[in-house]
Design a protein around this ligand. Sequence first.
Ligand code: ASP
Length: 345
Amino acid sequence: MSETLSRRSFLGAVAAASTLAPAASPVSFHVPPLRRAQHPVAVSSRNGLKSVEIAVQKMKDGLPPVDAAVLGVEPVENDPEDTSVGYGGLPNADGEVELDSCVMDGRSGLAGAVAALKNIKNPAQVALKVMRRTDHVLLVAEGALRFARMHGFVEENLLTEKARKEWVEWRERLSKEDDWVDPQENGPMGKEYVRQTGTIHVGCVDQNGDVGGCTTTSGLAFKVPGRVGDSPLIGCGNYVDNDFGVAGSTGRGEAVILCNGAHRVVRYMADGRTPTDACLDALKDLVRFTKVKRLLRADGKPDFQVNFYAVNKRGEIGGAALYPSKHARCDEDGPRVVDSAALFG
Ligand code: ASP
């Protein structure tokens, strides 16, 4: 390519040439695509009961599944009471809220994501803009914030009083050796602080069998600043293949990243497993990858929770977790919360 030929004009020339050239033989897949869904359906983490209902309604209204998923998660991102997502999410170890999100669209095969984004309460909408308004997939931290500003997103303080107080409590109970004192440590008993997890994933399949998904989170509470979890990583916290379906995850992000969880679930569906079996088999792989002692309980099982959620192109919904858990779903029978399959009882 000539050095003076810009990337855009090169791509334009390639596109023009390809319209003149004889059609290339279609790429063949070893697994035939599934038949399409008859009715729009959505699956979500347990905190998404309203989200799946909204997402299905938006697909009925004609919106693409990825847009339906993003609109589905919006009320949860805006909800100060949900301390695992968006506004009111628990902050990092320095007390700053850093949000992660990604979206993926089956029809175009494109995705967008933001990680460690501060001050913008709807990272899923920023991720959608990354997908539609850039040639990139993932923007992080300051660059993601500048991009959001450029597109008119309004900055605000995302740290609610409730989340700030939880952060202070965590900080004060972190160690008995440091100089931060939790008032309860001066009393008769200082309780152990349990670190909360949470996120929302919404996976959608519409009446045309098109597929989309979104995951959005404030990530692991009190994480090391700059830490990125599975949620904004395509193939980890969210993955879509328009021929087969969508999958997503919540729970310990590091474990999901290490097994490329959502992609693995979709591949298992492509191999013919039901959505729930695909989630269970991906969890078995995740357990196989979990080897270090600090991550294992005394009985040798993982010392953390992971949930997978999946919908195949036919509109069949599934969910499974390492330990008993639930997920939200919406199909022709309406929105409801149901038990997920559990790998360990
Ligand atoms: N998966 C999220 C993360 O690791 C947290 C969670 O879902 O609890 O950032």
